[in-house]
Write a protein that binds this ligand. Structure first.
Ligand code: NAI
Length: 483
């Protein structure tokens, strides 16, 4: 089997060479096609950080093993790492955080074992990077949480939890505040949970999760969350097991998967041959298991664990009274320990069973939609308008435009109602939400909304608008604070 390899920037080439040497010494039956991706490719003028040939190779091969890559700052280009995950729909980011012997942490010293798998949604949320300045003072970031996107990642998390005989699978969220977006993610979680009655499924509010993780991390097993919350919780969990140098990452999609370390290019130590290759090696081991090379994965992981148990370390961790090895020496130490079994966490030596190649070429973009469950009707519209006037005056102007079909229901500013009731102690910025609802029982048409838009634009700059929909008897929009 052939896979694509991008060595990356900074310490990337050093740690990738170390890992590929370990694979070679273990006779891993893989061939590698080196592809051009990274900062130097941006610098050559490719605005997405990869050459067209690299994109083609990765799409043909289906697996990318990559080193960290630098995103040039201040040039307006998007992160290559995020672009790669999104373009190829690697919807689940799986990170495994385990106590490693030889890597001292407050928990290992207290005898509390950590073994947590974080599955983070990898495409949606604020990572769409869809942002606008609506007025000079107001920035808007759109946060999309979709039903099919949530179902994809949650189903992956349950399947993975079942395979690893997990004790518990927990959905973390902020659905108490973001009732619609995080509420949808949570709803999808319990919908999928019905198909896995053998797994204990529960949920926790994200801030509560953070506190509980640093008090008793051993109470958690598999955690599934949305993208940004997952990003933060992943690094928190990396800290529980000794830092980013020990955090592997797999980006899983139906067609293309990307395996990489969580840490970045470490420019401060690049070129010195002192970087720790453990996180990339653990990612590589996860890739071997994904491809069915169970025996190679177990042999290499056992050698790594044994090496760490012996107190062998690179400069960034371990017992400082023992001399640190450089990257090449650390990789050689692992190779010399092939066949050794660690005292703790030894992996059983199963036979290789290369997975059947499920990678196939797509002819067109897959459309992932769920069925519409309820009848939809438009019952109103939110206009986000720019104004520095007081609420009373704005309301008076808005009311003039309602006509026969619309009635102004309220005005809110940064999500807090300021008209018809409110408090003079609420600070105002120069953007209001004017909410209009339908007067009659007849559902509104888009043309009605456009007529109101035209009329209202005579008095205000309209920054954006959102339709107020009902799905059956369910409101598909939030109320303002105080409404
Ligand atoms: P970083 O992870 O590169 O470095 C943070 C600190 O950890 C530094 O002191 C570094 O020396 C140390 N460190 C990281 N990996 C190490 C290793 N394997 N061995 C020993 N020490 C290690 O984070 P930073 O400085 O925020 O980012 C640098 C660049 O990396 C940025 O351009 C960023 O965009 C990129 N980056 C790329 C990622 C990826 O390709 N997946 C992920 C994170 C950052």
């Amino acid at each position: 089997m052939k896979i694509a390899v991008a060595k990356g920037d900074g310490i990337g080439p050093e740690i990738m060479d170390a890992v590929l040497n370990i694979f070679k010494a273990n006779k891993v039956p893989l061939e590698y096609e080196l592809v051009e991706m990274g900062k130097w490719v941006f610098d050559k003028g490719f605005s997405n950080g990869m050459t067209p040939q690299a994109k083609l190779s990765i799409e043909n091969l289906g697996i990318l093993f990559k080193g960290p890559m630098e995103t040039p700052k201040g040039k307006g280009v998007k992160s290559i790492n995020v672009t790669a995950r999104k373009t190829w729909n690697t919807y689940a980011n799986k990170r495994v955080f385990q106590t490693l012997h030889g890597v001292d942490t407050v928990f290992s010293k207290a005898g509390i074992p950590v073994d947590i798998t974080v599955v983070r949604e990898n495409i949606e949320d604020t990572y769409g990077g869809i942002e606008h300045m609506l007025t000079h003072d107001v920035a808007l970031s759109r946060r999309f949480i979709t039903r099919p996107g949530s179902l994809q990642v949650i189903r992956y998390a349950f399947e993975m939890a079942k395979k690893k005989n997990a004790r518990r699978i927990t959905c973390a969220h902020k659905a108490n505040i973001m009732k619609i977006s995080d509420g949808l993610f949570l709803e999808c979680f319990y919908e999928v949970a019905k198909d896995y009655p053998e797994l204990k499924a529960d949920d926790v509010i994200i801030d509560d999760l953070c506190m509980k993780l640093v008090i008793r991390p051993d109470n958690f097993d598999v955690i599934v969350l949305t993208n940004l919350q997952g990003d933060i919780v992943s690094d928190l969990c990396a800290g529980l097991v000794g830092g980013l140098g020990f955090a592997p990452s797999a980006n899983i999609g139906d067609h293309i998967c990307i395996f990489e370390a969580v840490h970045g290019t470490a420019p401060d130590i690049a070129g010195k041959n002192i970087a720790n290759p453990t996180a990339l090696l653990l990612s590589g081991i996860a890739m071997l298991r994904h491809l069915g090379y169970m025996k190679n994965a177990a042999e290499i992981e056992n050698a790594l664990l044994y090496t760490l148990e012996q107190g062998i370390h690179t400069g960034d961790f371990g017992d400082k009274s023992k001399a640190a090895l450089n990257t090449t020496q650390f990789a050689e130490a692992i190779i010399n320990n092939f066949g050794k079994i660690p005292e703790l966490g030894a992996k059983p030596l199963m036979e290789n069973m290369p997975a059947t190649d499920t990678h196939f070429k797509l002819e067109k973009n897959p459309l992932i939609v769920t069925e519409e469950m309820e009848q939809e009707k438009i019952v109103g519209v939110d206009f986000f308008i720019e104004s520095v006037e007081q609420p009373e005056k704005i309301a008076h102007k808005c009311e003039r435009h309602g006509g026969e079909k619309f009635k102004l229901i309220n005005l809110s500013n940064r999500g807090t109602q300021v008209w018809p009731t409110g408090s003079v102690y609420t600070n105002l910025v120069n953007q209001y939400n004017a909410r209009f609802e339908s007067v009659g029982a007849e559902p509104l048409r888009q043309q009605d909304v456009i007529s109101l838009y035209i009329s209202l634009s005579g008095d205000f700059k309209i920054c954006s608008l959102e339709l107020l929909n009902m799905w059956g008897d369910k409101r598909a929009y939030s109320l303002a604070q105080g409404q």
